[in-house]
Design a protein around this ligand. Structure first.
Ligand code: UDP
Length: 449
């Protein structure tokens, strides 16, 4: 279905984090292609680059963050602050957009994390659609947190970490999605407000596909009595992501061009994860000892309080000379699509997981926090598309898993499964495919308001 151009406007409000901006911008681009006018309200913090999207109308609102608060080290603190600071400017901005009578605003689409927006939307009698940018399985696990607490799984006890959570297979206690914060009560509050705000919304979109998370979609449908749409993987509609907040170093591709097919392991832990120097050293020596070529993203801020490259362990660069390449930020989608890539060692962020599956690349997973822990367990135990590092960052286990994935039969079998899922994705995005149909139903739905 094609919306009549110019008649319907959608207002989107992304959370200012890389892994949330990318899918929201992709969704906006798809909806624009379908004929909607697009307005994006965004914070000043991590503002998207307007010049890349001449077809969108951008509206920047003050987020009230002081410079020392521009940090993602304590996500609960950041998200709490943003949800408080943005109420008034967001309301004013939306009021001004709604007072423009030229176009009918069909609905507001916001990230689930913006829980305050439900009240604002209600006050304007504007339907709000929630976009949850991570997997359904992890959303279900967040939803079950009060239950996990009641059952005594939380706070996690060291002696219980490897125990299975009977009510939520295949999670182990260590996989329950917690996020380190100085304000644990505010984290519980955000999650509960996020769930309430989502239940009160007019609809829920996931960047996933039915063939991967059919069971989980059924479960979420029972818990949340609102229309649910699985329209992903959204990035597949476009050649490569242009919503990167950091400059993507294209020299990575030039280096990959010189490597043998399927020989390189790509290593990246996304835009937020942090590690200490000991962990950096374990990663480095695990890579060195595996003797496998690697492309490693060491993002500014990856290592707490350090100039990362300067802190690589003594002797490491010499040990891997000619076999490794390090960049601060990579054109990840292009990297994963490169024929030289044989595996992806990832933190199991949802975008990274989907991007890997879309290119048929098997994974090694080392989750750091939150949804990554659930994604990783599902990749390893349910979908069998990768291997999880079970001991944290330990050089011996890293070396062993890289070998298993890159050189052994087990790795080949995993690659075959990912390749076959890649084909499934291609068909679910085609006309009549599950995600395509879901997108069409979603458009019909918002046009019905
Ligand atoms: N990304 C990138 N270059 C890099 C590393 C990551 O462009 O060097 C992109 C990646 O393609 C993905 C996003 O950053 O779209 C990271 O999102 P994800 O959900 O995987 O993790 P997060 O950063 O939210 O932890």
């Amino acid at each position: 279905m094609q919306a009549k151009k110019g008649r319907h406007r959608l207002v989107l409000f992304p959370v200012p984090l890389q892994g949330h901006i990318n899918p929201m911008i992709h969704l906006a681009s798809i909806l624009h292609l379908k004929g909607f006018s697009i307005s994006i309200i965004h914070t000043q913090f991590n503002s998207p680059d307007h010049s890349k999207y001449p077809n969108f109308a951008f509206h920047s609102i003050p987020d009230g963050l002081l410079e020392h608060q521009f940090s993602t080290s304590d996500l609960a603190a950041l998200v709490t602050r943003l949800n408080l600071n943005c109420i008034r400017p967001f309301r004013e901005c939306l009021a001004s957009l709604l007072s423009d009578n030229e176009e009918h605003v069909a609905s507001l689409i916001t990230d689930s994390i913006w829980h305050f927006t439900q009240d604002v939307a209600d006050s304007f009698k504007l339907p709000r659609i929630v976009f949850r940018t991570t997997s359904v399985c992890s959303f279900l696990a967040f939803h079950a947190l009060p239950h996990f607490r009641e059952k005594g799984y939380l706070p996690k006890q060291d002696s219980q970490l490897e125990a299975r959570v009977g009510e939520f297979p295949p999670l182990k206690v260590k996989d329950i999605p917690v996020i380190k914060t100085r304000f644990p009560e505010s984290l519980d509050r955000i999650i509960s407000l996020m769930m309430e705000g989502t239940k009160a919304a007019s609809g829920l979109i996931f960047n996933t596909f039915k063939e991967l998370e059919d069971n989980e979609l059924m479960k979420i449908g029972q818990e949340f009595c609102i229309p649910i749409f699985a329209v992903g993987p959204l990035h597949k509609y476009f050649p490569a992501s242009s919503s990167s907040l950091l400059r993507q170093d294209q020299s990575a591709i030039i280096w990959l061009d010189k490597q043998a097919p399927k020989s390189v392991i790509y290593v990246s832990f996304g835009s937020i994860a942090e590690m200490d120097e000991t962990q950096l050293s374990e990663v480095a020596w695990g890579l060195a000892n595996s003797r496998q070529p690697f492309l490693w993203v060491i993002r500014p801020g990856l290592v707490q309080n350090s100039e990362e490259l300067a802190r690589l362990p003594n002797g490491f660069l010499e040990a891997v000379e000619g076999r490794g390449y390090i960049v601060e930020w990579a054109p990840q989608q292009e990297v994963l699509a490169h024929p030289a890539i044989g595996g992806f060692w990832t933190h199991s962020g949802w975008n990274s997981t989907l991007e890997s599956i879309c290119e048929g690349v098997p994974m090694i997973c080392s989750p750091f926090f939150g949804d990554q822990m659930v994604n990783s367990r599902f990749v390893n135990d349910v979908w069998k598309l990768g291997l999880q590092l079970e001991k944290g960052l330990d050089r011996e286990e890293i070396e062993m898993l890289i070998r298993r994935l890159m050189t052994e039969k087990e790795g080949e079998e995993i690659r075959d499964r990912v390749m076959s899922l890649k084909d499934t994705i291609n068909s679910c995005l085609e006309q009549g495919g599950s995600s395509n149909q879901s997108l069409e139903s979603f458009i019909d739905y918002i046009l019905s308001f």
